[in-house]
Design a protein around this ligand. Structure first.
Ligand code: ADP
Ligand code: MG
Length: 694
C-alpha cells in the first residue's frame, strides 16, 4: 500500500492551527489568544512573544528557515518578503530567533505596490500587521504569517483589511436582527464563502511558444479549431492522466495547508477544469482562494503544464469564472438563509432575504464594479457567462412565495387569507441541488447565494466586501425600524411586503443570456455596465462612497484610491496587450504570411512556360495579399494609437475601450484569416487545435 495517503493525518499538517496552538502554547497564552479573537482586542506583547516562540519552533521542525508577512495588496494577488530567523551571537555563530514584535508587525519595503495616492513616496513604507484570526502556515521552507497591509497613516493598502472590517460590520447588524427575534445566544454572525475556481491547463512546451500567452495570459490571436465544445464531450469527462496527476498533487498540497479542496472535474471547454472547496468563513476562504490560485500555478509547472487563470484565454471558447457562494451563519452554527420550519424562523429568513434583495437592487452598480477588469470584459455577457447586468434568481418556489407576499395573496391556497409573516407557516422550499438557472449572475441555491460574475483571476475579497457591506447596511436599516415598532409582527409583515414590492425589479428568473433580458432590464431601470470603463466610475458615486464610509469599510480616500488603481491597471493591461499584438504581427504573423506568399509566387514562376494551371496559387496569393495589406494597415494604426493614449486617467481608459480594444479586434480578424490561409508548417506558433486538443 505504498500509495496510501492518510488524509486526516495530512490535513492541516502544515498549519499552526488551533489544535497545534493548544498543544504548544502555555494554557494562559492560548486563552489570551482566544480572548483576543473572540473580542477583537489587540494582543499584548508578552502573549505575542510566547506565540512567536512556539510558532518558530514548530516552523523549524517543519523545515522552515525563514518567515514572511504574507499580504494581499491591491493588485489582487499576494505578496511576500522573506526574512530568515537567523540572529548573530558571539564567535560568529547564529541562533534562530523570532520575536512577538516581528510576528505582529512588519515593514516590507513596499514602495512599488499600487497605493492610489494613499502614500507619498517620501513616506513610502507600508506596514503589515498579523491577522490573528487567520492561521500561519509553512510552505517551501518559510513560515507564512497572514497580515493586513496599511500605510503610515493607517490607510488600508490591501484587500484583507476592508474585508475584515466588513465581516465585523455585517455581524454587528445581523446580531441586532437576531435579538429582535429573541435570539440571545448568538454573539457573532459569520459570512461564509465557498469559491469555486475554474482554470485551464495547457502543456508547457506549447504555451512557451506563444508570446501572447506568456505576456498577457490569453491568446490575442487564433482561428477557431474545426472542433469546438459543441459535442460537450469534455464536461465531466474522464480526466487525462497528466491532469489527474496534477490534481492529485494539488489536492495533497492544499490539504496540507488545511484547505478543504473537495470537488474536481472537467469543465465545458476543452482543457478547462474546476476546483471547489468546502465553504468556510469569508476571511479564510479568501486566503485559501489566493493559495489555491498560486499553488495551481506552481503545481502545474511541476507537471509540465501551465495553469491559465485568465477570464478568457481563448476567443470563442468558454471563459473561466469563479462562483462565489455566500451565506451568513451564526456562531452557533445556524445558516440564516435556510428557510425555517416554524413561522418565527420563516419570518427571520424572509427578513434576511428581503434585506439581500433590497441591497442588491440599491447597490447593483457597486457589486458589478467589484468584478470589473480587463480580463472579465471578454467574459461577462459573452453568452456563456452572466451578463453585466445584476439580477437575483430565486427559483420557482421562493419566487412564488415572494409574489404572494407582494400581491397579498395566499401562496398555497389562492384566494384564501393573506400570508401572515411570523404567524403562518411557509410552504417548504426544497433545497434543489441540481444546476438551476446558470444564466443568472446571482442565484439563490437553497441556503446561499451564488455570485457568478467574479472573474477566475480575481481576488474574492472585493465582491465579498461588497456583499457584507450591503447586507450590513440593509440589516441596520431594518433593525432601526423594527426596534421602534410597537407591534413587532405587524411591522414585520408590512416591512417585508414593502421591501419586496419596492425592489422586485431586481428579481429575474428567466434567461439572462437573451437579448430580450437586456431590453427588459433597461425598462426596469437596472444598471447595465458592460465594460470595466463603464463600471469603475461607480467608485466615484456619492451613494457608494457614503455606504462604505458610513460602515467604516473604506474612508472616501481609500475608496478613491481603489478607483485610481483599478483604472490604472486596466489601462496598463490594455497597453501591454496592444503592444504584444503589434509585436506578434510585425515579427511573426506578417513574416509568416509573406514567406508563404513568396513560396506561392515561386511556384507560379516555376510553372511559367509550362502549360500547368496556377489558379490555386494565384487565388491564394491574391487573398493573402489582401489580408496582409489590411493587417499591416491595422497594425500601423494600432501602433500610432498606442503611442497616443491620453495622459488623463479617465480619457485614457475610455480611449483604451473605444479605440484600442476595437482596433485589436479588427487586426485579429485579419491575422486569424491569414492563419487559415497559410501553410501550417509556416505558422509561427501553436494554433487553437494544437493547444486545446493536444
Ligand atoms: P454546485 O454549485 O456545483 O451545485 P454546491 O452547491 O455543492 O455545488 O456548492 C458549491 C460551493 O458552495 C461549494 O464550495 C460549497 O462548499 C459552497 N457552499 C455550500 N453551502 C454553502 C453556504 N451555506 N455558504 C457558502 N457556501 C456554501
Ligand atoms: Mg456553482
Amino acid at each position: 500500500m505504498s500509495n496510501y495517503l492518510n488524509v486526516p493525518e495530512l490535513f492541516g499538517s502544515d498549519v499552526f492551527n488551533e489544535t497545534v496552538m493548544e498543544q504548544r502554547l502555555p494554557q494562559q497564552t492560548y486563552n489570551a489568544w482566544k480572548t483576543c479573537i473572540q473580542t477583537g482586542t489587540p494582543l499584548q506583547l508578552p502573549v505575542a512573544n510566547e506565540i512567536a516562540s512556539a510558532m518558530k519552533d514548530w516552523a523549524i521542525e517543519k523545515g522552515a528557515t525563514h518567515y514572511t508577512h504574507w499580504f494581499q495588496p491591491m493588485t489582487g494577488i499576494t505578496a511576500e518578503k522573506h526574512d530568515s530567523f537567523i540572529e548573530p551571537v558571539e564567535k560568529g555563530k547564529v541562533i534562530m530567533s523570532f520575536s512577538g514584535k516581528a510576528l505582529v508587525r512588519g515593514e516590507p519595503d513596499a514602495s512599488s505596490f499600487p497605493n492610489g495616492g494613499l502614500r507619498a513616496t517620501f513616506e513610502a513604507r507600508g506596514y503589515t500587521a498579523w491577522d490573528p484570526t487567520a492561521f500561519a502556515f509553512v510552505r517551501d521552507g518559510s513560515l507564512y504569517i497572514p497580515t493586513c497591509f496599511f500605510s503610515y497613516t493607517g490607510a488600508a493598502l490591501d484587500k484583507k483589511t476592508p474585508l475584515l472590517r466588513s465581516i465585523d460590520e455585517v455581524s454587528r447588524e445581523a446580531v441586532r436582527i437576531l435579538r429582535l427575534f429573541g435570539d440571545q445566544q448568538t454573539t457573532r454572525v459569520i459570512p461564509c464563502v465557498g469559491a469555486e475556481q475554474e482554470y485551464f491547463l495547457l502543456p508547457k512546451n506549447l504555451y512557451a511558444q506563444r508570446e501572447d500567452l506568456r505576456l498577457t495570459g490569453r491568446t490575442l490571436f487564433g482561428a477557431l479549431p474545426p472542433k469546438g465544445q459543441e459535442l460537450d464531450d469534455h464536461y465531466f469527462g474522464t480526466i487525462r492522466t497528466r491532469v489527474s496527476n496534477f490534481m492529485k498533487d494539488l489536492d495533497e498540497q492544499l490539504w496540507r495547508l488545511g484547505i478543504l479542496s473537495k470537488t474536481k472535474h472537467n469543465e465545458a471547454a476543452p482543457c478547462q477544469h474546476e476546483l471547489a472547496p468546502i465553504y468556510t468563513d469569508a476571511n479564510s476562504a479568501c486566503d485559501a482562494n489566493q493559495l489555491v490560485m498560486q499553488i495551481m500555478k506552481k503545481c502545474a509547472a511541476k507537471h509540465d503544464l501551465v495553469c491559465l487563470l485568465h477570464e478568457k484565454p481563448f476567443k470563442g471558447v468558454n471563459g473561466s469564472g469563479k462562483h462565489n457562494n455566500w451565506s451568513l451563519a451564526t456562531d452557533t452554527g445556524k445558516n440564516l438563509f435556510t428557510p425555517g420550519k416554524t413561522p418565527r424562523q420563516n419570518a427571520q429568513f424572509l427578513i434576511f432575504l428581503a434585506a439581500f434583495i433590497k441591497g442588491i437592487d440599491e447597490y447593483q452598480d457597486f457589486l458589478r464594479a467589484t468584478v470589473a477588469g480587463a480580463g472579465n470584459d471578454h467574459r461577462l455577457g459573452a453568452c456563456e457567462a452572466p451578463p453585466a447586468i445584476l439580477s437575483v434568481f430565486l427559483g420557482d418556489e421562493l419566487d412564488a412565495i415572494v409574489r404572494s407576499i407582494i400581491d397579498g395573496t395566499n401562496y398555497t391556497e389562492p384566494g384564501k387569507s393573506v400570508l401572515r409573516i411570523g404567524v403562518d407557516v411557509l410552504p417548504s422550499i426544497p433545497q434543489d441541488t441540481t444546476d438551476r438557472n446558470r444564466t443568472s449572475p446571482l442565484a439563490f441555491t437553497g441556503n446561499k447565494f451564488e455570485f457568478r460574475m467574479v472573474g477566475s483571476s480575481q481576488s474574492v475579497a472585493g465582491p465579498n466586501i461588497a456583499l457584507n457591506t450591503i447586507m450590513a447596511e440593509e440589516l441596520g436599516q431594518i433593525a432601526d425600524e423594527l426596534e421602534q415598532a410597537d407591534h413587532f409582527d405587524d411591522a414585520l409583515q408590512k416591512l417585508v411586503c414593502r421591501i419586496l414590492t419596492e425592489h422586485q425589479r431586481i428579481i429575474f428568473n428567466g434567461n439572462g443570456y437573451s437579448q430580450q433580458w437586456t431590453e427588459e432590464a433597461e425598462r426596469r431601470g437596472l444598471s447595465n455596465l458592460p465594460s470595466t470603463a463603464d463600471a469603475l466610475p461607480v467608485y466615484l458615486n456619492a451613494k457608494n462612497i457614503a455606504l462604505v464610509s458610513r460602515h467604516g469599510i473604506f474612508t472616501p480616500e481609500e475608496f478613491r484610491a481603489r478607483y485610481d488603481i483599478y483604472m490604472q491597471s486596466y489601462k496598463k493591461l490594455v497597453h501591454i496587450e496592444g503592444r504584444t499584438a503589434v509585436d506578434m504581427v510585425m515579427h511573426q504573423i506578417l513574416p509568416a504570411a509573406l514567406r508563404y506568399t513568396k513560396s506561392l509566387c515561386d511556384c507560379v514562376n516555376a510553372k511559367a512556360g509550362s502549360n500547368a494551371s496556377h489558379r490555386a496559387e494565384s487565388a491564394l496569393i491574391h487573398l493573402l495579399s489582401e489580408k496582409t495589406d489590411s493587417l499591416y494597415g491595422h497594425c500601423i494604426k494600432l501602433q500610432q494609437e498606442l503611442e497616443s493614449i491620453p495622459v488623463g486617467l479617465e480619457e485614457a481608459v475610455s480611449f483604451c475601450k473605444n479605440v484600442i480594444v476595437p482596433e485589436m479586434d479588427d487586426m485579429r480578424a485579419d491575422a486569424d484569416a491569414l492563419e487559415q490561409l497559410t501553410d501550417k508548417s509556416c505558422w509561427p506558433y501553436p494554433t487553437y487545435s494544437d493547444l486545446l486538443y493536444y
